[in-house]
Design a protein around this ligand. Structure first.
Ligand code: DGT
Ligand code: CA
Ligand code: CA
Length: 562
């Protein structure tokens, strides 16, 4: 089916471009019509003669053949030659049609989103023929919504919104789950998908739209509804499915799309058909109620949603060789914790009690070192007093071991922020880059890892999910070096970091690296970000033995003990 979609996409782009250029309407429509026919055609186009399809004329058939033969369509390249890169994207903005876009492009030189925002700000639109203030205002609104919808949100935000909806729905439905990228625990989320099943479909839909944080209903049908939230201004989609289809719908709407496409191929090989309603042999539904059944019918074992990215998980599941992924229950402690001795908001005692409440066996206090001045980094003298405070708290609180750690800055020459004699006295050391993000970061990190007292490398890429790209770094080289030296790589679970991410984790594992999941908590609430770190570790296929804070403290094969 792949080629049909590829060609349809190209035809649609040609149509858009011609329209923006002001070409003749029947030519434009010919491309749109051909695209539609291709999308709806059930056979793979490469297996048949294009002219045999009703609705595909001679001209279009030639272009299809050209693409199948050469992988290109010359007409497309001709049309696109003088169209600026970001121009056609603007057609996705509501109230910006091809006519308007043509005007904006020709009269005001708008080539991309930034240009459009600029002319809007300067009030230049209302001066154009047929524009006016009302239209200008609508386009402005369209731009705002487009940007909000396009921007991906951190997983933590999406989970919070999803849980707000799921709570009231669980009262009226039999099952309700977040689906899509949330269920796969992807680090950023496009839109929020929720799936429910139950006898009273109407009740479920009405309960959903009645929630106080629904700002606008975008679309509402009998089994499907789409809303925008006042909280975070996000789109949330709910689908209610029949019980016979619950498992099939979960598989389908959890995705990922690439995973689904692979499954569809498997079904086809077995002479079956799979969709969101079930697995079918002819017209008979042979599975659909549970995910397990759906996978089983295809000859595959059930696998955790975090793995469903078509990165080889289906092949492993067929062979019965799926890893047993790490779970929250495996975590025995958290080693990345700030107290109010540096920039945390709470006392050591409060943090320790909260960690104990989570059932942890140990907690490592790891405040900032002296060079991190804005973060209240500790002088040697203050570090000594903090350690005495830890001893006092440990005397009062039993049943959890409190460890003396530090998050120590890696300086501009790769040396650490304290002398070795101080580092040696600590229970563990996390090394981190907090300044000079563009300056020799890989080399500095490697020098730091040459220091035998460094146990863990914090947030190795330095990116922030919402806005920062991270250090100028060769991450592969750093991860490989960490593996060689036996330094643990941190999976920083803080809602805005998730660093390392899934892709880097998988790569690091091939080097033989080991990991530590730390929340980087600055208050007690952040301890719960562990969930995000676990999700990320699972996306990287980690098992409990790969992550060292699943070990008892006395058994952790930390570098200094080996
Ligand atoms: P997002 O929202 O961008 O973070 O990513 P997803 O994975 O949640 O994607 P979304 O919301 O567009 O769709 C939810 C799921 O529905 C997706 O993971 C797989 C399924 N799905 C969506 N579109 C297609 C499609 O064209 N083909 C197939 N096979 N599955 C699809
Ligand atoms: Ca989604
Ligand atoms: Ca969706």
């Amino acid at each position: 089916m792949g080629k049909n979609t590829e060609i349809a996409d190209i035809f649609e782009k040609i149509a858009d471009a011609l329209e923006v250029k002001g070409d003749i309407i029947f030519k434009i429509n010919a491309y749109r019509k051909a695209a539609k026919v291709l999308r709806e055609y059930s056979e793979d186009i490469s297996a048949i003669e294009p002219t045999e399809i009703a609705g595909i004329g001679k001209g279009m058939a030639e272009k299809i053949e050209e693409y199948l033969k050469t992988g290109k369509i010359k007409k497309y390249e001709e049309v696109m030659a003088d169209i600026p890169e970001g121009l056609l994207e603007l057609l996705n903005i509501s109230n910006v049609g091809p006519k308007t876009l043509q005007l904006l492009h020709k009269e005001l030189g708008v080539n991309n989103l930034a240009d459009l925002e600029k002319v809007l700000k300067e009030g230049k639109l209302s001066g154009l023929p047929g524009m006016g203030e009302k239209k200008e205002e609508n386009i402005s609104k369209g731009v705002f919504l487009y940007k909000a919808g396009k921007a991906r949100m951190p997983l933590a935000v999406a989970l919070r919104v999803a849980k707000e909806f799921i709570k009231p729905l669980s009262g009226v439905s039999e099952s309700v789950y977040p689906a899509g990228s949330i269920r796969r625990m992807k680090e950023t989320i496009g839109d929020i998908d929720i799936l429910a099943t139950g006898d009273n479909v109407k009740d479920i839909i009405e309960t959903f739209v009645r929630q106080p944080y629904v700002k606008e209903i975008l679309a509402k049908g009998d089994t499907k509804v789409s809303v925008r939230t006042s909280f975070e201004d996000r789109q949330v989609d709910l689908r209610v499915v029949e019980k016979e289809s619950w498992g099939a719908a979960l598989v389908y709407f959890t995705g990922s799309k690439a995973h689904n496409i692979k499954l569809r191929g498997l079904a086809k090989d077995k002479g079956l058909k799979i969709n969101e309603y079930g697995v079918f042999k002819g017209t008979e539904r042979i599975a659909g109620r549970t995910e397990k059944d759906v996978y089983k019918t295809l000859g595959v074992r059930w696998m955790p949603p975090e793995m469903r990215e078509d990165r080889g998980e289906i092949e492993l599941a067929i062979e019965g060789k799926l890893p047993i992924l790490i779970e929250q229950e495996n975590i025995r402690g958290d080693l990345h914790i700030h107290s109010n001795y540096s920039d945390g908001t709470e006392s050591i005692e409060t943090m320790v009690l909260a960690a104990k409440g989570l059932g942890y066996e140990y907690i490592g206090i790891s405040d900032h070192s002296k060079s991190s001045r804005i973060a209240g980094g500790l002088s040697e003298e203050r570090l000594k007093r903090r350690n005495e405070e830890i001893d006092r708290v440990q005397d009062r609180i039993k049943g959890i071991k409190i460890l003396k750690g530090m998050e120590v800055d890696i300086l501009s020459d790769g040396r650490l922020d304290y002398s070795d004699s101080i580092l040696e006295e600590l229970d563990f050391v996390i090394a981190a880059v907090h300044q000079g993000f563009t300056k020799n970061v890989s080399k500095r990190m490697k020098t730091a890892m040459d220091n035998p007292w460094v146990d863990i490398l914090a947030h190795p890429t330095g990116w922030l999910l919402s806005w920062r790209e991270g250090y100028n770094i060769n991450i592969e080289e750093v991860m490989e070096y960490a593996a060689e030296k036996g330094v643990l790589l941190e999976i920083n679970a803080s809602y805005n970091r998730l660093d390392l991410n899934d892709v880097n984790i998988m790569k690091a594992k091939t080097y033989g690296a080991k990991f530590m999941i730390g929340t980087d908590s600055h208050n007690t609430g952040m301890l719960e970000d562990m969930e995000l770190g676990i999700g990320t570790a699972r996306r990287g296929w980690l098992e409990s033995k790969d992550v060292f804070n699943t070990y008892r403290w006395d058994d952790i094969p930390l570098r200094r003990r080996r």
